[in-house]
Each structure stands twice: as structure tokens, then as C-alpha cells.
Design a protein around this ligand. Structure first.
Ligand code: ASP
Length: 456
């Protein structure tokens, strides 16, 4: 049976890949439509050939896991672009501004909007956590000791995190080449900006390197376009794997928590980003989401804003008309420090923990949680499950002990992937919305592209 299932799965996969290919070459369908096809059919194939609602009991023998390598190859291809893309577009962007002072206003505006949207996100999270009370009646004795041990060891690794001042100091790279080699996004941003300013200040002598950086940025963006053509296949393989190994039953196990998260994400994405795009930029919200469909699909299937970054930059500049200087600076910063979905999530699970443990929360606790969650979301790395491991820090401020934190995290851990996929999508959409708003204020938004591209 399992051999038959394997054949069936691969036959279906090849058939779908052939259809996707025809949709591209013959029907000339847009990338976002093909990515959506990959996403939906990956989900269906994962569901049918995996363990259905429950997911595969044996993850190794799980049929759709056999194509995970296609997804892994796709993720590696985009990861490959992160460093060259941030560096070249940012240096070229700074140079194209012609005046280092403009950089200050751009950075200030981006940081201001990031702070406002993050604050709104925590508020939304706390409101939904209070309304839905997902932790009420939770039976914590069910958490197995194996799961607790597993989380403990993961937390030990994560607790190597350094203090805020250490992290600030570390933004200045001792060695820019090492920063590039280690994908230290904030250090790369720092070095790229200073280097760009240096090129500008060199005047005539700096011209050759300015031209070189400009054409390097163009070339890397072209490579990004090539890689993105593979997105439908990569997304298919990743989703098939997630749905088959996790099953959909996970959504019912922690039903209230999943529902509260889902609705909070949706409300935040519609209201907050909707107001930014419609209210501030005065452009249609639907077109905004249409323009970033690829980025959202990649965010959803990889659960990593860092890995999605090249796609976000390409979508925002190609489909939404944001000039490369803004996309290349605001988005890498956003992928590192702006995590609205994460803030919503941390707010909700903190309330979940307090309800499950029967710890009452006063008004002052809410304020404290809001502040800590905002800081924690800034400090969260754009990689899968990063925030769940930081949750203990937030739990701590309302008096939850380390042991209790481990139990709560162990309870959520097995179901985190799907929640992570959703919150990463919100994280990426938030970065894109802020990039559009900042570009608009800076006069770097081509409204014709925004409207025309998405109408087709
Ligand atoms: N996976 C999320 C991201 O990459 C971070 C998180 O765990 O909340 O954006």
C-alpha cells in the first residue's frame, strides 16, 4: 500500500508540475496565480497522501515527505540571495539618494511606523486573548514529560540570548566580511549604509564603484526573478510536507487558541494595514495584497521572514512600485525588527498561559506584557518558531515560573508550525505595508505601477 501511495503521490506531483509548466509557458499565467495553485494543491496532496486530518503517525514513512527536498532546494535558493540582495540594493539605494540626510528621514519614518503597528498588534493580541479566553479549562497534566524535556533543551540553547545593550553593540560589525558571511542582517544594513555614504562623499572618484553597485543590484534582482519562477514548485512541496506531517487535527486540539490567533491576524491585516494603504497612501487594499501574494505564499510555506526577504523586496518593488532604495532599506530592517504577527501571537499565548495556570492579570500586568511583547518581537529572529522560544521571557513578567513556562511551551510546541506560518505571513505583510507608506511619504512610490500591475 505504501509503495502504491508513493507512486500515486509522485504521479500526482509530476502531473501538477507539468500543468504548472504549461500555465507558465503556454498560458502565460502570472506568477502569483501559479504560486496559489502550488499552495492549494500542495495542501490537498499533503492531506490525501499524508495521514489526513490526523497527519502521518510515522513521519519518516510519510509519503509527501519524500518531496520535501524540492522545498528545501527552493528555500536554499532564496536564502542564497538574502545577503547579496540586501547589500547591493541598500548600497545602490543610498547612493541613488544623492544626499545622506534623506536616509535619516527614511529611517525615522520606517521606525516610527514599525513602532506604531507593533503597538497595535500587541493590543489586538491582548484583546483577542481576553475575549476568547483560549486557556480556560486547559488540562496541563496531559503534557508528557518527554515533550517538557525536549522544550527544556531547546530553551537552554535559546537562553544564550544577550542583553539589549549587547545586541545594540553587536550591530556594529567588527569585520564587515564576517557579518556578510554570517548573514547578520542588522550589521549588514549598518555597513551597507556607511559604505554607501562613503561612496557618495567620495564624489567623482567614487563614481565607478557607484556604477558597479548599481549594476550588481540589478543583476541580483534578475537572479531573484529566476528563482521566483520556481516558487510554485517549492511552495507545493513545502505545504504538502507540512500538512501531511502535522495534519489538520492540530487546529482542533488547541482550537480556541488557533481561532483566536487566526481572527486576530485577519483583523490586524485588514484593519491596520488596510488603514495604512487605504487611509494614508490612498490606494486600494486588495491590490496591495494581490501584489504581495508570492511573498505571502513563501512566508506561509517557510515560516521564516528572513528566508522570504528576497521575494518581499522583489514583489514590493516590481508589483507595488516602491523604489528600490526604499524597498532595499525598509524591508530588511522590517524582516529583522518588525514582527506584528509575532507580537499578536505572544500577546495571546501569554493570556493563554495566565488562564491555563489560573494567574489573575490586572491592568498593570497588561501594560507590562504589552511592553515586553513589543521588545521581544523586535528581538525575535525571522526564523521558524523563534518567538515561541522567547515566550518564557514574557511569561516571566506576570509571575509564571520557569517550570510552568516550559510546560505551557511544551503544550503549544507541536502545534506551533501552522500558527507560525500564519504569523509569519502577517509579519511580512506588515513590512510591505510600511515600505509602501514610507515610499509614499518620500516621493518614491510609483502609483501607476501599483495600480497597473495588479489590475492585469
Ligand atoms: N517565524 C517568524 C518569522 O520568521 C518568527 C516567529 O517565530 O514568530 O517571522
Amino acid at each position: 500500500m505504501s509503495n502504491l501511495a508513493l507512486w500515486g503521490y509522485w504521479f500526482t506531483t509530476f502531473a501538477l508540475f507539468a500543468v504548472l509548466f504549461i500555465m507558465w509557458r503556454r498560458l502565460k499565467m502570472k506568477l502569483w496565480a501559479r504560486v496559489l495553485v502550488g499552495l492549494v494543491f500542495g495542501g490537498i496532496a499533503g492531506f490525501i497522501f499524508g495521514g489526513g486530518v490526523a497527519g502521518c503517525a510515522d513521519q519518516v514513512a510519510c509519503v509527501p515527505a519524500s518531496s520535501k527536498f524540492i522545498g528545501d532546494m527552493f528555500v536554499r535558493l532564496i536564502r542564497m540571495l538574502v545577503v547579496p540582495l540586501i547589500f547591493t540594493t541598500l548600497v545602490a539605494g543610498v547612493i541613488s539618494m544623492g544626499d545622506p540626510k534623506r536616509l535619516g528621514s527614511l529611517g525615522g519614518r520606517a521606525l516610527g511606523l514599525y513602532a506604531i503597528t507593533s503597538f497595535m498588534a500587541v493590543t489586538v493580541g491582548l484583546v483577542f486573548g481576553t475575549l476568547f479566553r483560549p486557556g480556560n479549562g486547559m488540562d496541563l497534566s496531559k503534557v508528557s514529560s518527554g515533550a517538557v524535556e525536549n522544550v527544556k533543551s531547546q530553551l537552554d540553547i535559546a537562553s544564550g540570548a544577550s542583553s539589549l545593550t549587547d545586541r545594540l553593540v553587536a550591530i556594529i560589525p567588527e569585520n564587515p566580511v564576517a557579518a556578510l558571511a554570517n548573514t547578520d542582517v542588522l550589521s549588514i544594513i549598518f555597513w551597507a549604509i556607511i559604505f554607501g555614504v562613503g561612496v557618495l562623499m567620495s564624489g567623482e572618484v567614487g563614481k565607478p564603484i557607484a556604477r558597479l553597485m548599481g549594476s550588481a543590484a540589478e543583476a541580483v534582482l534578475k537572479v531573484t526573478e529566476i528563482v521566483m519562477e520556481l516558487a510554485p514548485y517549492g511552495v507545493y512541496a513545502l505545504i504538502a510536507w507540512v500538512i501531511s506531517t502535522q495534519g489538520l487535527g492540530i487546529l482542533t486540539n488547541l482550537g480556541m487558541l488557533a481561532l483566536a490567533c487566526f481572527l486576530a491576524f485577519l483583523i490586524h491585516a485588514l484593519l491596520v494595514y488596510g488603514s495604512i494603504i487605504k487611509g494614508i497612501v490612498l490606494l486600494p487594499v486588495l491590490r496591495f495584497y494581490e501584489g504581495i501574494v508570492d511573498a505571502n505564499a513563501v512566508a506561509f510555506s517557510t515560516a521564516s521572514s528572513n528566508a522570504t526577504l528576497p521575494v518581499t523586496i522583489a514583489n514590493v518593488s516590481d508589483n507595488l512600485g516602491v523604489k528600490k532604495v526604499v524597498a532595499g532599506s525598509v524591508l530588511p530592517l522590517g524582516a529583522t525588527i518588525n514582527m506584528d504577527g509575532t507580537a499578536i501571537y505572544l500577546g495571546i499565548i501569554t493570556l493563554f498561559a495566565s488562564q491555563a495556570l489560573g494567574i489573575p492579570m490586572g491592568f498593570a500586568d497588561y501594560i507590562l506584557v504589552a511592553i515586553t511583547v513589543t521588545l521581544a518581537s523586535v528581538g525575535t529572529a525571522g526564523i521558524p518558531s523563534a518567538s515561541l522560544l522567547l515566550a518564557a521571557t514574557v511569561f516571566n513578567v506576570i509571575g509564571i515560573s520557569a517550570e510552568q513556562s516550559v510546560i505551557i511551551i511544551a503544550l503549544i510546541f507541536p502545534f506551533d508550525r501552522i500558527l507560525d506560518m500564519m504569523r509569519t505571513t502577517v509579519n511580512v505583510s506588515g513590512d510591505a505595508a510600511v515600505a509602501v507608506a514610507v515610499a509614499n511619504w518620500e516621493g518614491s512610490l510609483d502609483r501607476d505601477i501599483f495600480i497597473a500591475k495588479s489590475v492585469q
